[in-house]
Design a protein around this ligand. Structure first.
Ligand SMILES: Nc1ncnc2c1ncn2[C@@H]1O[C@H](COP(=O)(O)OP(=O)(O)OP(=O)(O)O)[C@@H](O)[C@H]1O
Ligand SMILES: [Mg+2]
Length: 385
């Protein structure tokens, strides 16, 4: 006599079981979140489930594995559960953000900020952070009210560039975080909240939350320019900010190498995808000139011009390689303050003037205009606070 074949669960039952698996951070189930990539029931009762994560190194992988095994394993006829993981594509992640209602900042956030300029590049180490700090200094020297948001949550460098080691920012009466200030430039960085050298693992949604809070819950006050120092490439941070800040502009940094220009193009493609305007291109690490006037094009020539022409945007400047620019970044005093006449400072000041020239003209305040309602106090759930 043969054993009767146990009935195997159908798709609907599997999905129902999986809908008991809750993402602890997003507080929704993985079916609703679209994180179940596949679920296959084999004739022997083994079920293979693939869950899509927001980031490969997701710290709560183990939680999903256990919960999937528990809920699917409890179904009649299931003899075993295999759980595998993959990562959501950029499109899927952006769909998830939308589903969570996180595609944009609430109305009124950044209402007092004239414009946002994201300093971007396709590859790392081209001088984004150095330029961000020095452009902020140069814009401030021109009389602009300037803020710097260090959005490089992994490799934050603005605290060092501005010589700000100064502990956790305070919170004001409206429960907004007060940025640190250096030479009149307001600076906010994740580096103020975490211990130096500690590795921070960011899951997509947490990252989104932290960036949103940096924009929404920081007392930026009235600013003409908010410069955002992006991490290299077109990863989660750049994508999230492009989504959160559709009115921002990108300033693309490239080295003179023609290959670098090709990589920088990727940032431009991402900007185009989110309809973000490109303010212009800056070529950094242009020729090194000796005190005797001899020129050395260490990183080649022409990359900035090529990229600007290809994108049909202005080449706002070429910043030469100079030792003092590097030394001052390390010492925490932007070179533009320390030595405004250094060739690199001069080039950066010229770029700043170019950026002012293309800034929208702020409307004059109406005499009888009511001051805007202060925004409602925001929740203070910065993950690192
Ligand atoms: N024009 C320059 N002359 C000399 N040194 C420079 C110049 N521009 C940048 N540097 C130096 O190059 C290094 C990399 O610069 P920076 O950290 O600004 O690059 P980044 O694009 O922000 O890098 P990441 O992609 O890692 O964030 C730093 O040590 C900086 O001081
Ligand atoms: Mg950087």
């Amino acid at each position: 006599m043969t054993e009767p074949t146990p009935t195997l669960p159908n798709d609907e039952q599997i999905q129902k079981a999986l809908s008991n698996v809750i993402d602890p951070e997003l507080r929704k189930d993985i079916v609703e979140l679209g994180m179940v990539r596949s679920a296959v029931v084999h004739a022997n009762g083994v079920v293979d489930v693939t869950v899509s994560l927001t980031t490969a190194g997701c710290p709560i992988r183990g939680h999903f594995e256990k919960a999937v095994r528990e809920h699917v394993g409890a179904l009649e006829g299931v003899t075993g559960v295999n759980t595998a993981f993959d990562v959501l594509s950029d499109e899927e992640k952006s769909g998830l953000q939308k589903k969570l209602g996180r595609a944009s900042l609430p109305e009124g956030a950044l209402a007092q900020v004239g414009r946002v300029i994201c300093i971007a590049s396709g590859k790392g180490g081209v001088g984004k952070s150095t330029l961000t700090a020095n452009l902020a200094a140069a814009l401030s020297a021109e009389g602009r009210r300037v803020g710097v948001l260090d959005a490089d949550v992994w490799g934050y460098s603005q605290p060092r560039m501005f010589g700000l080691g100064a502990g956790r920012p305070k919170v004001n009466a409206e429960r907004k975080i007060l940025p640190h200030e250096s030479h009149g430039v307001k600076v906010m960085s994740i580096g103020f909240f975490v211990d130096e050298d500690s590795a921070v693992v960011w899951r997509g949604p947490m990252l989104h939350k932290a960036l949103t809070q940096f924009l929404e819950d920081v007392a930026w006050g009235e600013l003409d320019d908010l410069l955002v120092d992006l991490p290299p490439g077109t990863g989660d941070v750049s994508m999230t900010l492009s989504q959160l800040l559709p009115d921002s502009q990108f300033l693309l940094v490239t080295t003179p190498q023609q290959v670098a220009q090709k990589v920088a193009r990727r940032s431009a493609d991402m900007a185009a995808k989110f309809n973000i305007e490109i303010a212009g291109v800056v070529e950094n690490m242009a020729s090194f000139v000796t005190p005797e006037g001899e020129r050395f094009p260490i990183f080649g020539e022409g990359g900035g011009r090529l990229l600007a022409d290809e994108l049909d945007v202005p080449l706002l400047g070429q910043v030469p390689l100079t030792m003092p620019l590097r030394e001052n970044s390390d010492a925490g005093i932007p070179l533009v303050y320390a030595n405004p006449d250094d060739p690199a400072s001069q080039a950066i000041r010229q770029i700043a003037r170019g950026l002012i020239a293309i800034a929208p003209i702020a409307p004059l305040p109406m005499v009888d205009e009511q001051p805007p309602e202060p925004p409602a106090p925001a929740g203070m759930s910065l993950p690192m606070a």
